[in-house]
Write a protein that binds this ligand. Structure first.
Ligand code: ADP
Length: 229
């Protein structure tokens, strides 16, 4: 199987005043194309930071991240943004929808900005796929948390990403709604082959993924493959 993400000897620190806080140390792992992968660990262990680095949202201090065969470290900010727009989808815990746009506009506007033709038709298809055919013209404030996250998932899949990163995608949802979102993400993984990388503290969810790493204090303390039952 082809590798889609290769992380090698990654380190990241944040500066706070004159002090440096080492957040990630000696991180190495790989993810195969089409896999489902989770990153677990206590709060503050570096999960979100790691996800952001892998998605090209921020730069590592040292180490190599190869995403879709490209070394992120040698890319300019613009080149990383271009790679993200082509290959990466991202789902956030707090949905991050634009409140002044309808559900459909939240999906369509990013497509139009990328010059995608028939963006509106594509947006409608995506929202139908996530079960929101009857919510196209609702604003985020008129949608439940679960519906807002469905819009965010539709938006994240709109560019046909090779890899989707989700940071605590069920963190703001009740258990039943969260389960539906997870089922949606796994169905999309099965349908489209999009690799799924999920940060979560929900062990039931982590155990559903084929591979998982556990962070503690910025280091990988366990790495395991979950047998597919
Ligand atoms: P997790 O996702 O596991 O909760 P994070 O990656 O969010 O962990 O944070 C890891 C550590 O880095 C925490 O101590 C956090 O306070 C710190 N941190 C995160 N982002 C920043 C930032 N932009 N500037 C300074 N410190 C940060």
């Amino acid at each position: 199987m082809a590798k889609i993400l290769n992380v090698s000897n990654l380190e990241k620190s944040y500066s706070s005043g004159s002090k440096k806080l080492k957040v990630l140390q000696n991180i190495s792992f790989t993810i195969e194309k089409g896999d489902t992968f989770s990153i677990v660990g206590p709060s503050g262990s570096g999960k979100t930071t790691l996800l952001g680095l892998c998605a090209g949202l921020d730069r590592a201090d040292t180490g190599i991240i190869e995403l879709c065969g490209t070394n992120l470290g040698v890319l300019s900010e613009d080149e990383r943004a271009l790679l993200r727009s082509r290959e990466v989808g991202f789902v956030f815990q707090d949905f991050q929808l634009l409140p002044t746009l309808t559900a459909l506009e939240n999906v369509v506007v990013p497509l139009e900005l990328q010059g995608v033709k028939k963006a509106s038709k594509k947006g409608i298809e995506l929202l139908e796929k996530v079960g929101l055919a009857n919510r196209l013209h609702h604003y985020p404030s008129q949608l439940s948390g679960g519906e807002q996250q469905r819009v965010a998932v539709a938006r994240a899949f709109s560019n046909g990403p090779s890899i989707l990163f989700a940071d605590e995608p069920t963190g703001n949802l009740d258990a039943e709604t969260g389960e539906k979102i997870i089922r949606l993400l796994f169905d999309l993984n099965a349908d489209t082959g999009t690799t799924l990388v999920i940060v979560t503290h929900d062990m039931e969810l982590a155990d559903m993924t084929q591979h998982q790493i556990r962070l503690k204090g910025g280091k990988i303390i366990t790495e395991q493959n979950t047998p597919i039952s």
